[in-house]
Ligand binder design. Structure first.
Ligand code: SF4
Ligand code: SF4
Length: 313
């Protein structure tokens, strides 16, 4: 079996749902222009790190000198149907689907390390690898689309026709030359359901995305007091927002995550708001160990819980 096929087969055995390969050449000027235009309009909010490393974002060889190929994997994180999840009766805040699992960064990195070890045994020494899972400056959705994993929708998510929009991505940049897959064709046509479903207008009708008023940004990335007019629109979303995903027709029939090793935490589908407000740091550390909530921290989680409670009263 050809090495590329072996890599793909092994990726699926490691529990990834999607895998594709693309060349490591820089992605087109169109992406750079769109991204720099987006930054210059101030739509990145306070995410200053997005202004840095622009060249690395679009050129994998800037992250790994001598890069030839990028192996892109996808992990479906559509949660189980809600009727199989116990609902709470006290005032509760909803969190985004991605946060209902163990920290995906750690899980995907663990599996990618195994994939690298598998490849390294089959190639000459000296082949280089660099693993990327969210933290590295790489235009991962554009690269995943180029590797054939899906297309980018008006909700700015990667959409795979079988799995919908809830797919975590991970990449291995390598100096190994592998045959590239074809990009997937697809677009949103005249649908605009995600734009209409967005509670704040962060998904703009001109196709731009204004992070400043996005509930995911406000509840996860934004530090400090959230302006009152935006706080009202947060509703009961304590951590993240899935409205533009759930509105998408591609997401309607998405199958739930089938990876049994990737731990789903049923007790995190909704959070008891009063309990959150009473958590000590020790409680928080224990309750949210190994989850994406640790990045947010207790203080900001309590800020969000207070907003949700106010909105529910
Ligand atoms: S995450 Fe929520 S607020 Fe942000 S763009 Fe999507 S629907 Fe709008
Ligand atoms: S809701 Fe419609 S417009 Fe938005 S991403 Fe899905 S298909 Fe595209």
């Amino acid at each position: 079996m050809a090495l590329a096929q072996e890599i793909k087969q092994q990726s699926l055995q490691l529990g990834f749902d999607l895998v594709g390969i693309t060349g490591a050449e820089a992605i087109g000027d169109g992406h750079i222009k769109f991204f720099t235009d987006w930054l210059s309009r101030g739509y990145a909010g306070r995410m200053d790190y997005l202004h840095r490393n622009l060249e690395k974002r679009v050129d994998p060889a800037k992250l790994l000198p001598g890069a030839q190929s990028v192996i892109v994997v996808g992990l479906n994180y559509t949660p189980p149907k809600q009727d199989s999840v116990k609902q709470k009766t006290s005032p509760a805040g909803r969190d985004a689907a991605f946060a209902q699992y163990e920290d995906y960064h750690q899980f995907i990195k663990k599996q990618l390390r195994k994939l690298i070890a598998f490849i390294a045994k089959r190639v000459v020494c000296g082949v280089q690898f660099k693993m990327c899972v969210d933290a590295e400056p790489i235009a991962e959705r554009a690269i995943a689309a180029k590797a054939g994993l899906g297309f980018i929708g008006k909700n700015h998510m990667l959409i795979n026709p079988q799995l919908g929009c809830q797919v975590f991505l991970g990449e291995i940049i390598t100096s190994l030359k592998l045959p590239a897959d074809k990009p997937m064709k697809g677009d949103c046509s005249d649908c605009g359901k995600c734009v209409r479903a967005c509670p704040t207008g962060a998904l703009r009708s001109d196709g731009q995305f204004d992070a400043n008023i996005c509930i995911s940004y406000l509840t996860i990335e934004y530090k400090g007091e959230i302006p009152a007019d935006l706080a009202k629109k947060i509703g009961d979303r304590i951590f993240g927002c899935d409205e533009c995903v759930l509105a998408c027709p591609w997401q309607k029939n998405a199958p739930p995550c089938k990876n049994k090793e990737f731990r789903f935490c049923a007790d995190r589908t909704v959070l008891d708001l009063k309990e959150i407000l009473n958590l000590s740091q020790k409680d928080f550390d224990e309750k949210f160990a190994g989850s994406c909530f640790t990045r947010l921290g207790l203080e900001n989680l309590k800020r969000n819980a207070k907003i949700c409670l106010d909105n529910l009263q």
